[in-house]
Design a protein around this ligand. Sequence first.
Ligand SMILES: Cc1cc2nc3c(=O)[nH]c(=O)nc-3n(C[C@H](O)[C@H](O)[C@H](O)COP(=O)(O)OP(=O)(O)OC[C@H]3O[C@@H](n4cnc5c(N)ncnc54)[C@H](O)[C@@H]3O)c2cc1C
Ligand code: FES
Length: 220
Amino acid sequence: MLRRERRSVVATEAIGPYTLLRVERGTVDPGRPGQFFMLEAPGRLLPRPMSLALAPPGELAFLIDPIGPGTRALCTLAPGDEVGVLGPLGNGFDLDVERPLLVGGGIGVAPLPYLSERLGGPPAVLGFRTSWHAEAAELVPNAEVVLEPTYVTEAMPAGRDVLACGPEPMLEAVRRLAPTAQLAWEAPMACGYGACYGCVVEIDGELKRLCMEGPVLAAA
Ligand SMILES: Cc1cc2nc3c(=O)[nH]c(=O)nc-3n(C[C@H](O)[C@H](O)[C@H](O)COP(=O)(O)OP(=O)(O)OC[C@H]3O[C@@H](n4cnc5c(N)ncnc54)[C@H](O)[C@@H]3O)c2cc1C
Ligand code: FES
């Protein structure tokens, strides 16, 4: 039974333009890489979906890109503040893969540190806009980093089981090159557990709730 829990912020760290928000885990299950949590942003009515980036002992850590009011409010949290946490939610990555390759673009790197840990540090290809954004690559071992105008798809070796997260155009390009890839998609989400229909996307010609069917979906 999922319950919204209030958890203390343990620490925040700036990593390039992003903030790593570390909160006390308590009894909250970290779930599977690629699953997400709804975090209550101070002063905002609706919570915001965030992938779990890392699950150090006793903590849950989220890598946040401050692109709007909710994410900016989450990045202002300080040690000792409390934050409402609901999760883990959705379907994560299938970890039963033989030759994993992690592929991430921009803030799509967020679920990859935890995924890398659970898969034993497989190779990764990460793409960023600038070297400042690329500081986030330090969270993912064995990562090759490419900066725009080079794209991750130009650096992806063939014959791997691709697990990817990033902006939609990147996922579409990855899907064309690796039809068996697992892709973590995004959509605006108000509830995170199937109640609001705010995250409906078309999957195989059918309208589905990404928070329930995804966010990780098979490419084909
Ligand atoms: C399953 C899932 C996991 C996510 N994990 C992370 C994460 O680990 N770290 C992180 O920084 N962000 C993550 N996001 C994205 C994050 O939730 C949004 O950036 C955030 O909700 C924006 O809120 P805001 O109030 O800051 O900005 P808003 O003002 O709400 O949005 C700013 C801009 O982004 C667009 N936007 C907002 N939410 C989304 C969305 N979900 N998909 C596409 N466009 C959107 C808006 O239309 C607007 O143009 C995730 C999203 C999903 C669905
Ligand atoms: S976010 Fe509410 S139904 Fe998916």
